[in-house]
Structure formats: C-alpha cells, structure tokens
Design a binder for this molecule. Sequence first.
Ligand code: NAD
Length: 416
Amino acid sequence: MSEFNPFKMAQAQLDDAMELLGLDDSTRTFLRQPMFEATVSIPIRMDDGKVKTFRGYRVQYNTSRGPAKGGIRWHAEETLDTVRALAAWMTWKTSLLELPLGGGKGGVTCDPKELSEREKERLARGYVRQVFPLLHERKDVPAPDVYTNQQIMAWMMDEFESIFREHHRGVVTGKPLQLGGSQGRFDATARGGIYTVREASKHLNIAPAEAAYAVQGFGNSGQNAALLHPKILGGGKLIAVSDSRGGVYNKDGIDPEALVHYKQRTGQVEGFENTEVISNEELLALDVDILYPAALENAITEENASEIKAKLICELANGPVTPEADKILKDKQVFVIPDFLANAGGVTVSYFEGVQNATNYYWDEDEVHKQLDAKMTHAFNAAFDSHKRHKVDLRTGAYLLAVQRVAEACKLRGWV
Ligand code: NAD
C-alpha cells in the first residue's frame, strides 16, 4: 500500500465534487491548492538549557468567504501535507455551515507528551512570534486541535497582544472563559456531532436511545461524545473505547462519566474496572449501531472497511475514513456523517466566540446550545437534501454544497 497522504485524499474528494459540479478548469486548478502557506523554524530553550528547533506550519487554504479559521495541532507526525488537508477541510466546513469564514490550519511537529508545561508555553509563544504577521481577527484565527488546549490558546493570545500592545481577544478562539472564551466551546465538537446523529437517526432504522455505541480516541471530542450521547439522545450503551495506549470493552455497557474520571486520573482507558482489553482494530469492527471515530485520520481504510459492522459512523475526527474505504462502506450501506459536517460544532462555536469578542457581549450556555443546534440541524438537512437530490452519498452531497459556495465567492471576487 502506498503511504497515506491526507492532502491527496482531500484533493481526491474535491475532484469528485468539482467533476459533478462541472466547474471550469481555472476554478478547479485554483481550488485544488492552498492560497497561502508558511513553514517556520521555532527555536525553544528547553528545561535542560539546550535549544531545540521545532518546525511549525500555517496554511490559509481559501479566504474567499472570510478570514481563515482553523486549529493548531501539535503532533509528532505532523507534516505540511496534513496541515494542507485539514485547511482544505476547514474551507468546506465553514462553507457548509454558512459561517462567514475561510479555511486554515496550523501545526507543529513535536511530541507534546515529552514537553513540560513551561516548554509548552515557550513553544506556544514561539509559534506566535514566527507567524504573527499572518494572524489577526480579520485575517486568520487559530483554535485548539489535537494536543492543544485552552491554556495554549491563552498563551498564544497573550503573545500576540504583547507584540501589538493592544487587546485582540478574537485573534484565537477556544480560549478560557476568563479571557473571552465562549460558553459551550469545550464540548461543542462532540455536541454538534450528536445533533447530527439525532437528525440522521430519523432517516435510518436506529433508535439512538437504545443504540450500542463505541468511541475510538478519548480526548476532547471522544470523551464528550461518550458523555453527551446519552444526555442528548436520552440513552444508549457505550460498549467500547480506545485511546493511543489501548482499548476497553464491556458488552453490558461502560459508565462514560466514570471512564472519563479514570482517564483524567491515569492518562489511559486501559485497566478500567469491569472491562476487557480490546485492540483498536477490534473496536472498529465491533457490532455496534453507532461508531464515533474521534482520534486521527486514516483509521478506516480499504484494509479494515469490510470488517465494519456499525450502521452509522459519525466522523468526529478529521479524515478517519479514506476514499477507498468510503466506497466499501457505501456498498455495505453504512451511513457516514462526514467529518466536515459531523465535527463542525467546534468551529461553529468558535465563530460564536468571535462574534461575542467583536461585540464585547457574552451569551449564556443555553443560548450557545440553541444556536449550535439550529446551525447543525440546518446544515445536516441541507446536506441530506443534496445527497437525495443528486443521488450521491452524504459526504458528496455536502461537498457539492460547500464547494459550490466557495467557487461562487471566488468567481464574484474575480479570482477565477
Ligand atoms: P485530543 O488530543 O483531545 O484527543 C485525541 C485522542 O485520540 C487521544 O485520546 C489519543 O490518545 C487518541 N488517539 C491517538 N491515536 C490513536 C489511535 N491510533 N487509536 C486510538 N486512539 C488514538 O484531540 P481532539 O481535539 O479530541 O481531536 C480528535 C479529532 O477530532 C482530530 O481528528 C481533530 O482534528 C478532530 N477535531 C477536533 C475538534 C476540537 O474542537 N477539538 C474540532 C474538529 C475536529
């Protein structure tokens, strides 16, 4: 098998959509590549006194509909191509949700598990010192993603404000509440995903309150999905969970709250009471109604797609299903809620955060949940109509809407 390249995967998905839309060649060529990308070196004084240089990236894929928007990932295998792919998916995501934003993404190649808190702070500030000319609430707004969090956003905002000696609360989102964060941002990605599961279930033969579900990846998105599934859908049985260190399984059900506490205490899920050990591969192949891939890209591939027994997959992670696997799942009539719809709750509440920062007026949590539900439900229904109307899968239906809007914005600006 050739090496997995997420950017090639993002381009393949886009090509399919552009072909169906019949876009002209100049538009296709323009949309297949990022508009702007930067690679930087970030020298950091480590706790042992030595200087280590990290590679950082920021990609602004398309800004025709508004400022670039997208998270920053810290990961040992982060590459420019991963960041390009994620920036492309952000472009289609903000368009699908009709947010007045473009698509961007950032990353640093590093192993966050090996960094002390002080080293993390220096890396966050060092990243901003290298890319600050690109950032601004009207240019490009980062947010947390894999292995970055509220604290890292606070340091990044502070560094940016220190450079300009002005308040710029909207320069990043996913901030702590005390520094202009939004109520409801913390669990927004998972919450939005659960709203789409609720809507999809209405069209499938699934009663989510009685459904068995499994979660792959137990970080921000995975933990909140495990907790919110029963809260929002009125029930359901969590039967397996995995993280990068291993997985746990109990066919009679696992208490999500107790497991989250256990993970917070021990840093892993393995060893949780009354569970058997399960591998990541076994988890993906379990006989569940709903599967939440919430780890990283490339989890379900042509190698294991035929083993999938779930009826519904809610892609909380970005790019967990490869295009080859997508075809296999389609033949097996597995209903897939695609990443740029399923996990759009995070950027939607990030957008609400930006609106609150710009107006300097803050909403309560109920208001955030209500507005998020309205946005997610509207986007799901629009994508579902498109999938029915064009007789394509939901991913392609969603792509058609999102790409069409971006192509129109580029055309109206005279870019293509
Ligand atoms: P996170 O860092 O909080 O959690 C990632 C989790 O995945 C960790 O529990 C890690 O142990 C686990 N993991 C890593 N490799 C694994 C493997 N091979 N098998 C099983 N588990 C593995 O990250 P997150 O913010 O929850 O993001 C997860 C996914 O959701 C990513 O694809 C991210 O791009 C996407 N996403 C996140 C947000 C957000 O707001 N946090 C928004 C949109 C999309």
